[in-house]
Design a protein around this ligand. Sequence first.
Ligand SMILES: [Zn+2]
Length: 381
Amino acid sequence: MVVYAILDGMPRPMPIDPKLGINARMASISATQAPTSQPGPDGRRDLKSLPKAHLHLHFTGSLDVPTLIELADAMGQSLPEELTDARAFTTPATTKGWFRFQRFYDIARHVVIGEAAMRTVVDTAARLDAADGSRRLEIQIDPNSYAPAVGGIINALDIVLDEAVTASRRYGVQIGVIVAASRLRHPIEARTLARLAARQAGQLPGDVVGFGLSNDEWAGDTTAWEGAFRIARNAGLPGVPHGGELRGPDHIRTVVAALHPARLGHGVRSAEDLRLLDDLVEQGIALEVCPSSNVSLSVYQTLADVPLRQLVDAGATVALGADDPLLFIDRLCDQYAIARDVMGFTDEQLAGLARSSIRASFAPDVDKAQWLAEVDAWLGS
Ligand SMILES: [Zn+2]
């Protein structure tokens, strides 16, 4: 069963899925109907107007269902129901489960063929992020995945960087790009990507702002990517590999020792080892926590099981992220609604999460200072 709600003047399908916290979802809808930083009658402020940074979002995964359908229609390509029914995708936290997730992601990716489609992805991500109160989006892409249709990885990256500049101006959200290698490709390719990324390194919209490593955390030997991350780091590009999502504390230690990350994609499973968590806090390694994704991929059974509160209480710098809203449906602001409605975060604590996301971004200090002041204004402090 799908319920439609009017959101920003548009009917948006709202799946009934108790596992993914429909209450949180409905709360986020009602929040959008009062676009003000003043507390509403229930004493709660509008989450969409809370300034924040979005640091964990994949390229094709950033699309929404209507835009994916438009792209597929334009190509005369049909899509499986799993990608069009606007229900959050779920799969077990096993290699087989990950393979299933990846299979649907790949089907969606095969709709993003060519320059126009790639530009549409960036534009859509920027538009939807801006609507969620994002001031800074750091979107990640493996250019190899889009290269064949545009004449190679250099062109693929250039298209994304160019559109990032345009979309940043159009929607008033800074878009930096994270070039991410895949664990399913040979580490030598990652070094090539790191050299390509290094040539475009910077902090501003349209720059490459970081270097990542994504896909099945069980695949490959993490230390084999050490060289690629060194190349990136030497060019001033901070490392943002995935880690501590499908695998636990031991693998987080390996990722930290080998790849020297500034932030960890997910890192939630550091909550299983308090000494490790303390180490991450001490080293200032931020965690990109994506609650909806964690439940969809069965890292945790329910949203209430995601240890967000524990991570924050331990002093971790946390940036909430949507990961792949095309499949998980919840977008950035929904993650804040989950923190509020499922985990009991107060407006002050939600403002703390927003500050944390801004601080963990790779934006210039002057911009961070401005957004932090806007968070204070949201709180009325
Ligand atoms: Zn991810």
